[in-house]
Design a protein around this ligand. Structure first.
Ligand code: G6P
Length: 630
């Protein structure tokens, strides 16, 4: 209840701190702009103006903040900034970050939730501390400031020692999650950060350093990064940085290198990141396969699973966990692994798994799937499974993300940065990796060399097939024009195409705000058929194979009730000409490629409908790219 009452619950805020070679404000604003994709509703910046803080905050876009910043004089070479995403009321300039402490000595930006903020606030108020916002973040800041003041006055500590002691003291009192950065008027040459549950990374530059929630923030300025772990505190100057634990034990840092270029995180000539990422899928799929086939090409291989084939042979069951689109990829993995490797697979929403305490067989292998590697529900589910002693592997796109660093091994997607909130290339690559895993597990069990070779060959053809599907973009844009005015859509698919129908419906909901439902085609007659009318178009997947005729019969049922049908098929001339209002033809291929292939027209349809409806495709309302609070 406390949490529900809070006015500054943060979903996936962006944090950027900079120090010191150049003027800070343009660099910080550029960093915030790069973090816009995470979803936010207000932005703020704390700069130095002579010896004082100057804090500017604006609701709406980073652009509003930039215009405001231009009106002021500030040439300081350090600062902190933030994009805020509020879930409960309070989208206001006051509630935006950074906050300033009641004695004007400290400024802080926070990502996360302080659960016991109300109690701490009452105690501080009783001691004379005043508050200007209703946020939990300001409570944490004022607690640090209160302890800092005491350290200076009572213990006569130097400012740096006092601040770090106060920070540690405050963090030991709070319950919840945080990724914070702060500055202090007494220490203009430092920015300080700490994390527990919310990501924080140091960007190590040339006489300039960064502290940010995401490497994208400084991707144009340095590729050298140090990922902080939970329970670590970083002290960063323009030329150096130190990391310690909460108990003040020094940590020797590992400097990693970002593998992608700044252009990968820019839109180029595309009107939206989503469209760019849809068209990047042949390359994303290609990258997911690089170096991952055996020399004899009869199986897949993975360098990072950290589990010997002998041990894998003991696995009786696999549990896949994920959220949103990644959960749909889990369902694809279930279908493929059960079919080809004959290993029973279960799929659970990560958020449900964490609190369900479901019984797991001792020989269960757990997999988490997450594009960002930061989704808190998935991270906590992973931690819960690890706590119980299960080995957890991950399929993750973001190298250095918390999920990737904490799991016991896994597969990196190498899809490049995905900026559009609606996941596209990351999803298709997750499906493709699931297919490669099914081949790997199958070849370890009963699949023959010849069958393995055939599947490996089929998988390698995927990028070309996806390029062919992308060539349907103009046709799909026309279809979108015709149907964009509808407010309800049904998506139908059977067997492995059922999760693709779910994903198609989710994409449309996410970016077009259209009510859409995904169902297994045969289930339509058990309820959803009541929705069929000329006002409710159905996107029906009908691929060749055992159930092709049954899928056609389902389409007939819709047509008989005057429901418009957009069919997606690989049947060529075998698809009856007049059965559907629109027919999107895809190339015929092995089933292992169906998930990414059929996703293409689904993604394009959602994209073009959203554009027709003038929706903000890359920053859909109410959504965040990655959700880091429960
Ligand atoms: C958020 C996004 C979804 C995404 C889900 C899981 O809810 O809005 O689009 O599918 O998180 O994200 P992940 O990074 O774990 O794959």
């Amino acid at each position: 209840m406390v949490r529900l009452a809070m006015l500054c619950n943060l979903i996936m805020c962006g944090i950027v701190g900079y120090i010191c070679k150049h003027e800070a404000s343009p660099i910080l604003l550029d960093g915030l702009r790069r973090l816009e994709y995470r979803g936010y509703d207000s932005a703020g910046i704390c700069l130095w103006n002579k010896d004082q803080f100057q804090i500017l905050k604006k609701t709406g876009r980073v652009e509003n903040l930039r215009k405001e910043t231009l009106k002021h004089d500030h040439s300081g070479q350090a600062g902190i900034s933030h994009t805020r995403w509020a879930t409960h009321g309070g989208v206001s300039d006051e509630n935006a970050h950074p906050h300033i402490s009641w004695d004007n000595k400290l400024s802080m930006a926070h990502n996360g939730v302080i659960e016991n903020f109300a109690l701490i606030k009452r105690e501080l108020e009783a001691k004379g501390v005043s508050f200007t916002s209703e946020t939990d973040s300001e409570v944490l800041l004022n607690l640090i400031a209160f302890l800092y003041d005491a350290e200076l006055k009572q213990n006569h500590a130097t400012a740096d020692v006092a601040l770090l002691k106060a920070l540690r003291g405050a963090l030991s009192q709070v319950e919840g999650t945080y990724g914070i950065i702060m500055t202090c008027v007494d220490l203009p040459d430092l920015i300080i950060g700490a994390r527990k549950g919310s990501p924080l990374v140091i960007g190590v530059g040339d006489e300039e350093n960064f502290l940010a929630s995401d490497v994208t923030a400084f991707a144009g300025r340095t590729k050298s990064v140090v990922y902080l772990d939970d329970g670590q505190v970083a002290t960063v100057s323009g030329t150096d940085f130190f990391i310690t634990t909460m108990d003040d034990v020094a940590i020797s840092p590992t400097i990693d290198t970002i593998s992608w270029d700044i252009e990968d995180a820019e839109m180029g000539s595309y009107p939206h990141f989503m469209l760019k990422e849809i068209f990047e899928q042949p390359m994303a799929i290609e990258n997911s396969m690089r170096g991952r086939f055996s020399q004899d090409n009869s199986t897949a291989q993975f360098g990072g699973l950290n589990i010997a084939p002998r041990e894998l042979r003991q696995i009786d069951r696999i549990l896949f966990l994920g959220c949103g689109t990644a959960w749909h990829a889990c369902l694809i993995a279930e279908y493929l692994i059960e079919k080809y490797a004959r290993i029973p697979v279960e799929v659970e929403y990560a958020s449900e798994f964490r609190y369900r305490n479901s019984p797991l067989d001792k020989n269960t292998l757990v997999f988490t799937i997450s594009q960002s590697g930061e989704t808190i529900d998935t991270l906590e589910a992973q931690r819960e499974a690890q706590r119980k002693g299960y080995r957890v592997l991950g399929i993750t796109n973001v190298v250095g993300s918390t999920i990737a660093r904490e799991n016991d091994g896994g597969v990196f997607q190498h899809s490049g940065p995905e900026i559009g909130v609606a996941s596209t290339k990351a999803f298709s690559s997750q499906c493709h990796i699931a297919a490669m895993l099914s081949l790997y597990f199958a070849r370890m069990r009963d699949m023959s060399f010849t069958d393995g070779k055939e599947i490996a060959k089929a998988l390698k053809a995927a990028p070309g097939l996806i390029a062919q599907a992308l060539s349907r973009a103009d046709q799909i844009a026309e279809i979108a024009k015709k149907y964009a005015h509808h407010d309800d859509f049904l998506f139908l698919g059977r067997q492995m195409m059922f999760p693709i129908a779910l994903e198609g419906a989710l994409k449309l909901k996410e970016i077009s705000y259209i009510h859409a439902e995904g169902y297994p085609s045969a289930e339509m007659k058990h309820g959803p058929i009541a929705l069929i009318s000329p006002d409710c178009p159905t996107v029906a997947i009908a691929l060749k194979g055992e159930i092709f005729k049954k899928s056609l019969a389902n389409i007939q049922e819709i047509r008989a009730r005057k429901g418009p049908v957009i069919a997606i098929t690989d049947a060529g001339k075998d698809f009856p000409e007049d059965l559907a209002d629109e027919v999107i033809q895809l190339p015929e291929t092995h089933e292992v490629n169906h998930a990414p292939l059929v996703s293409i027209p689904m993604q394009l349809l959602s994209y073009y409908i959203a554009v027709e409806r003038k929706c903000d495709v890359d920053k859909p309302r109410n959504l965040a790219k990655s959700v880091t609070v429960e």
